[in-house]
Design a protein around this ligand. Structure first.
Ligand SMILES: [Zn+2]
Length: 101
């Protein structure tokens, strides 16, 4: 599965442009990776070769200050999810739980 945010559907790329979104790989640390998956209400990320989230899912405070490109702090956790922007297929495939609001 392809490029971009694992969770957001394509029309949001317009938003990406507007807000200059960045894309962030899931943490290498297994513990933190688990936290991200849980926070995202995902059942798995294994179908994705390069799982990434866009910066839309993170509060501003999650990013390091004064960096040229947006870099997440090591302890950053995604907290912002808007169901209507999510890929429908994720729900259909059971990758995303219905309870996400
Ligand atoms: Zn996203």
């Amino acid at each position: 599965m392809g490029f971009g945010c694992l969770m957001c559907k394509k029309p949001t790329y317009i938003r990406y442009k507007k807000f200059q979104a960045s894309f962030h790989s899931f943490p290498k640390c297994p513990i933190q990776k688990k936290i991200w998956i849980k926070k995202c209400k995902l059942t798995t990320i294994s179908p994705f070769k390069y799982p990434k989230l866009c910066s839309f899912h993170f509060e501003l405070g999650c990013f390091k200050e004064n960096t040229k490109t947006r870099i997440l702090k090591p302890d950053a956790i995604p907290t912002i999810f808007v169901r209507r922007f999510m890929k429908k297929k994720l729900f259909e495939d059971g990758i995303l739980k219905e309870s996400l609001t």
